[in-house]
Design a protein around this ligand. Sequence first.
Ligand SMILES: *[C@@H]1O[C@H](CO)[C@@H](O)[C@H](O)[C@H]1NC(C)=O
Ligand SMILES: *[C@@H]1O[C@H](CO)[C@@H](O)[C@H](O)[C@H]1NC(C)=O
Ligand SMILES: *[C@@H]1O[C@H](CO)[C@@H](O)[C@H](O)[C@H]1NC(C)=O
Length: 248
Amino acid sequence: MSDECHLCLLGLIALSSLLTGSSGVDDAHVFISSGENVRLSCNNALHDCKSTTWIYNNIFRHSETVELITLGIKKEDTERHERLSLGSDCSLNINNISKDYYGSYSCQQWTGENGHKLRPDGHVYLHVLHVSSSQTEISAGRSVTLFCQLYSSAGVSCDDWIRSEGIELFWVNQAGVKLTRSDSRYQISAPGHCISSLNTTLLNEDHNREWRCNVTQRDQVKTSVTYTVKSSGEKTSSLISFRPSYCQ
Ligand SMILES: *[C@@H]1O[C@H](CO)[C@@H](O)[C@H](O)[C@H]1NC(C)=O
Ligand SMILES: *[C@@H]1O[C@H](CO)[C@@H](O)[C@H](O)[C@H]1NC(C)=O
Ligand SMILES: *[C@@H]1O[C@H](CO)[C@@H](O)[C@H](O)[C@H]1NC(C)=O
């Protein structure tokens, strides 16, 4: 095969993030794919956001909680402050989510001179779907592995949580049909419930083919990411790269 013919994998991120159970102090779960933007609602009782504090916690990453917004003011010293903003309704906006942002977010509202908390904290659990590939550019006839992982921290491990909530993570083909281990073109391996890898040998006719990783809860799609194979006549590898793009 000539060097001229390269296939390139493009990750196209399909937006479908759903917020469930978000009234009062109920816990809410938000599913999102890395690279997307998200708005986490505060369900605030007070309209003055100077009383609002947003707290982040992820027991699997740090033991401490981090204050992201303190009484309406953004903390400038946190690792993620550039991507954060406080909405006019006191919601927390996060741009360009990365997989490290999974965890629990709480909105607190404080009132009075001595600082009296208005109600117990409600938690918003952010679950981040992230996909990567073993190569961003390969030639037909070579194999590639795509990895799809859900990063989740709702007090228990992702594996335990996902099973108790009826959540599934799997690969689908272009027609939206679930790929199974019995399909001879693919080696699918799932060492846990929150991760699945798809290994296949690229064919010339794969140009423009899509593979998608879906996360569903009781058969409803919560979020998904597509990988599209692109051919290129270019010889220089730097012209082709893994670029996620977003569509709504
Ligand atoms: C989003 O974040 C990733 C790293 O997490 C970075 O490589 C990328 O350039 C960022 N995209 C935008 C549009 O800022
Ligand atoms: C895909 O699977 C084949 C056969 O099991 C293996 O030889 C190959 O190294 C794998 N490819 C990648 C990129 O992991
Ligand atoms: C996977 O997600 C896509 C996009 O939301 C949807 O069109 C497709 O029906 C889903 N397939 C399955 C088997 O859930």
